[in-house]
Design a protein around this ligand. Structure first.
Ligand code: NI
Length: 172
């Protein structure tokens, strides 16, 4: 396994924790953790790929905002529709759009702060029955909301580690 690409390992759906509280705590802390992870970096440092051939740190921050925006909407769909089939998107192409390559990270840090505040508030309100609702992803199949928060708990830590591990390797 490429440890630069997967600093905390791959997401293991079968072994994922089903502890809602722990996963929600990770989601609640992500905006501040992301802000700390990029704190003090220059534009040149933000435009450095976290690994050879990988996204720049700036693209990583914008990707997390894009991805979690989708996850937030999918959570709402799962709660209001009967196993909706969701629309996948080309995350690699989204990351190449002009704003994702060049916009100040502050924009996505602010977006993440508001988005996660709403998402966490909603997740904290879910009943046991609602946790078993979910959506159908055309490629990966059915995911309950319990599985969704486990995935985004991992996803939050995965991308944070891209930034913190590059800073460590570079001595930044
Ligand atoms: Ni990702």
């Amino acid at each position: 396994m490429d440890s630069a690409r997967f600093p905390i390992g791959l997401f293991d759906r079968a072994a994922a924790s089903l502890d809602h509280k722990a996963a929600i705590a990770i989601l609640a802390a992500l905006p501040e953790n992301m802000r700390s992870a990029v704190s003090g970096l220059s534009d040149a440092q933000l435009d450095t790929p976290y690994r050879e051939g990988g996204w720049t740190l700036r693209q990583v921050v914008h990707h997390v905002a894009d991805s979690h925006g989708q996850a937030y909407a999918r959570t709402r769909m799962a709660l209001t529709e009967d196993w909706p089939v969701i629309k996948p998107y080309h995350e690699a192409l989204w990351a190449e759009l002009s704003d994702a390559r060049t916009a100040p990270v502050e924009l996505s840090l602010e977006l993440l702060a508001s988005l996660h505040a709403r998402w966490v508030l909603l997740l904290q309100s879910l009943t046991p029955e609602q946790w078993e609702r979910g959506y159908d992803h055309p490629e990966s199949g059915r995911h309950t909301l319990t599985q969704v928060v486990a995935l985004y708990d991992w996803h939050s830590r995965h991308h944070l580690a891209h930034i913190t591990s590059l800073r460590e390797r570079m001595g930044w």
